[in-house]
Design a binder for this molecule. Structure first.
Ligand code: SAM
Length: 339
């Protein structure tokens, strides 16, 4: 609970800061100064924190992320141990799907509920330009394998960059709808290590909707949003009856231009065991020292509670509308926080 009455029931836990892609809007070409191995939480520490979150702090949903969570070879072990302790907890994974084709069935067997795959382009050249790696085919194989393994409903995350992949918005919608996946466009956020983000160059939620409406009809999804970051829209092809079932559903995560801080339900833990009450925080509260010096579950839960109590009202990009210039980017970039 924080001072504004929000309750964090959705836990985002980063398993690593490392990644096998180098998306231009996230990481520099040469990679980062990775965390020392000894600073990464171990599987034991991760399982313990999840249990404290669920048993003592009313966490109701777990998302594993990174960096790229699949680069952790003990992912299946972590999952099966969390699943054994928390049989009904929804557990999802955010992944770039590289190598997922070989692991999807094992992840399902270990207790994963569902997953989100990041995919910004369906053209191999654009994909390689954006991610600096030629892995589109591997990603597509990974998504197919996840669907086959029963890890649906699958959500696809896409970030649109002006002049690079923004012309693909409607093709991505067509592809996702035809496959039965829920596509979610994420506004590019000022969280990249290279500081390439520019407010007047980003593709806004409104621009995304306008572009999609060139080929589809969008109507608000009548389901409750329930603290979800994505604003959902039903998608119909132009000419299809408006009263009939939609061809699919898309979401738009407009953290910059239509922020949803007032209903934020997230608590984040970095791969080195630090609590961030907000994705855009400048403050982090360490837990690793407590975990490694014999603190009780009650002491760890109390530090976590105290950290969440201080959650800021909003991330600060919106207080003067679109023109806020006093936002200061946090030191850690997206991959190091855990997106
Ligand atoms: N490696 C995994 C993946 O690719 O999904 C998980 C981590 S990645 C940091 C999580 C999500 O953050 C991805 O969907 C990625 O596109 C998104 N992301 C990274 N940097 C971003 C930025 N500056 N603005 C918006 N989204 C970003």
């Amino acid at each position: 609970m924080d001072t504004f009455g929000r309750q964090a029931t959705d836990m985002r836990l980063s398993l690593t800061d490392k990644c096998n892609l180098r998306c231009t809007y996230c990481m520099p070409a040469e990679g980062m100064d990775w965390l020392a191995r000894s600073d990464l939480m171990t599987a034991d520490e991760i399982v313990r924190l999840v249990n404290i979150g669920v048993d003592d702090l009313q966490v109701r949903e777990l998302r594993l992320t990174g960096g790229e969570p699949l680069v952790r070879m003990d992912l299946e072990d972590i999952l099966s141990r969390v699943r054994a302790a928390q049989p009904t907890l929804p557990i999802s994974l955010t992944t770039n799907a590289v190598g997922l084709d070989r692991r999807a069935a094992g992840l399902k067997a270990a207790g994963l509920t569902r997953l989100n795959v990041s995919l910004d382009s369906l053209h191999s050249e654009t994909f390689a330009r954006l991610t600096r790696r030629p892995f589109l085919e591997r990603v597509l194989r990974g998504v197919d394998a996840a669907a086959e393994a029963g890890l649906g409903p699958i959500k696809i995350n896409a970030v649109l960059l002006r002049g690079i992949n923004d012309h693909e918005a409607t093709d991505l919608v067509e592809w996702a709808v035809s496959k039965g996946y829920e596509l979610r466009f994420i506004e590019q956020m000022p969280l990249d290590a290279d500081h390439i983000w520019k407010r007047d160059n980003m593709i806004t939620a409104q621009a995304i909707r306008d572009r999609i409406e060139e080929r589809f009809v969008l109507t608000p999804d009548p389901r409750e949003r329930n603290g979800a970051p994505a604003d959902r829209w039903e998608v119909r092809r132009i000419g299809d009856p408006l009263l009939g079932p939609p061809a699919g559903v898309i979401g738009i995560i407009a953290s910059v231009t239509e922020p949803f801080c007032a209903d934020c339900r997230r608590t984040r833990i970095t791969a080195d065991g630090k609590i961030r009450s907000c994705l855009f925080s400048h403050d982090e509260v360490p837990l690793l020292n407590l975990l490694r010096t014999g603190a009780s579950d009650a002491e760890i839960a109390q530090r976590w509670r105290d950290a969440m109590w201080m959650k800021p009202k909003a991330h600060g990009m919106d207080h003067t509308g679109l023109g806020a210039d006093d936002y200061v980017q946090p030191d850690r970039s997206m991959s190091a926080i855990g997106g």
